[in-house]
Design a protein around this ligand. Structure first.
Ligand code: PMP
Ligand code: GLU
Length: 397
């Protein structure tokens, strides 16, 4: 008998993690799978960061930290926000968590009451609507297709806001599309939000440093809105530290205090050693970040060029992050190998089982017409993966 809570029963499992696990299982069975499913840098954590962690262990940074994180880490984040983003925060306005994922969820649970609406532009990162549901809020999906570069317009935002709207979740650079909102586009969205005092912005900037068009722009830069913006960021993507699990929020002190209260009852401060490593990441040389960014840009150029040669794909050029999100609905309804591909999840399964390439179907990103490929992998893997995909798709009639 299933006696799980209703909360759990209504939660969808993470499609990105599920696909990555499926690909690992096939690999364990000896199948030569190329994994373009999970979004994580394929680089190792830079040496000076690892050294800081080793030192932290030797120096016995082994006890509970303050719930919000060590003051030294929060001060390093304050300095980062000032230097890189031109934004003023105090250490009391920072709260660290076990990854940006927990930071997003903490913020949602802290702000959202049952029945509150949270605007989630689609395509969205798979976890946002599920986190809103956990808080018993209602995700309000605003669709932005490939023809509008997967970005919502101020008019769409205005139309989606109701008296029940509590928050907007904005992800730029975006997972899964790689789209980046320009300063002008953010200003136009901010102008709408300024008119609706009850709406907060959760600005997920985890891909800040993986940006191919120049300086990162934050929606927190507009003074008239800053008091209603919670920035989410962390070390996972920029410093190749996904497994270390350090993310943070920067926002109004009353929200940060709320998050600290929640976290104090729920998980406590994040891993002490990882915090010391994250501090080294923010304080130390930023050269590895730029080296990795350049590598991602080269791979972006490669995968875009190759994917444009795949008949039936419609390809948008991503400006950040490390995902390609081609439109692939032209294949729906077609068959090969005794099976019919009816939607993006079935196409992802077909590509995994026939082409041995793991991608994630667009349905769980709110874009059933697309498929997501992470190009955070070697050039050789990208070339071979697209070759296999092209071959497998050509068989669909
Ligand atoms: N936000 C987005 C948009 C992401 O893609 C990810 C990656 N999983 C996260 C947040 C979570 O990052 P972290 O690994 O730091 O929890
Ligand atoms: N953000 C990554 C992705 O979308 C990691 C997996 C996850 O946390 O969902 O693939």
């Amino acid at each position: 008998m299933n006696t799980l809570s209703n909360r759990l029963n209504s939660l969808s499992p993470s499609a990105t993690l599920a696909m990555s696990q499926k690909s690992a299982e096939l690999k364990a069975q000896g199948v030569d799978v190329i994994n373009l499913s999970v979004g994580e840098p394929d680089f190792n954590t830079p040496e000076h960061i690892k050294e800081a962690a080793k030192k932290a262990i030797d120096e016995n940074w082994s006890r509970y930290s303050p719930v919000a994180g060590y003051p030294s880490l929060r001060n390093a984040i304050v300095a980062k926000l000032k230097q890189e983003n031109g934004l003023d925060y105090t250490a009391a306005q920072i709260s660290c968590a076990n990854g940006a994922k927990q930071s997003v969820c903490n913020t949602i649970l802290t702000l959202v009451n049952p029945g509150d609406e949270v605007i989630v532009p689609a395509p969205f990162w798979v976890s946002y609507p599920e986190m809103v549901k956990l808080a018993e809020g209602t995700p309000v999906i605003v669709a932005a297709g490939i023809e509008q570069d997967f970005k919502i317009t101020p008019e769409q935002l205005e139309a989606a806001i109701t008296p029940k709207t509590k928050a907007l979740i904005l992800c730029s650079p975006s997972n899964p599309t790689g789209s980046v909102y320009s300063k002008e586009e953010l200003a136009a969205l901010a102008a709408v939000l300024v008119r609706h005092e009850q709406v907060y912005v959760i600005a997920d900037e985890i891909y800040e440093h993986i940006n191919y068009i120049g300086r990162h722009e934050s929606i927190a830069q507009f003074p008239e809105l800053k008091e209603r913006v919670v920035i989410v960021n962390g070390v996972s993507k920029a410093y190749a530290m996904t497994g270390w699990r350090i993310g943070f929020i920067a926002g109004p002190e009353w929200i940060v205090k709320g998050v600290n209260k929640l976290q104090g009852q729920y998980t406590s401060g994040p891993c002490s050693v990882s915090q010391k490593a994250a501090e080294a990441a923010y304080i130390g040389t930023q050269e590895p970040v730029e080296e990795m960014r350049k590598a991602f840009e080269r791979r972006r150029d490669l995968i875009v060029r190759l994917a444009k040669e795949v008949p039936g794909f419609e390809v948008n050029v991503p400006q950040g992050a490390f995902y390609l999100f081609p439109k692939c609905s032209s294949f729906y309804g077609k068959s090969a190998h005794g099976r019919t591909v009816n939607n993006s999840d079935e196409l992802a399964m077909y590509l995994l089982e026939v082409g041995h390439v793991a991608c994630v179907g667009g349905t769980s990103f709110g874009a059933p017409e697309c498929i997501r490929m992470s190009y955070a992998t070697s050039d050789e893997n990208i070339v071979e993966a697209i070759r296999r995909i092209k071959e497998a798709l050509a068989e669909l009639k």
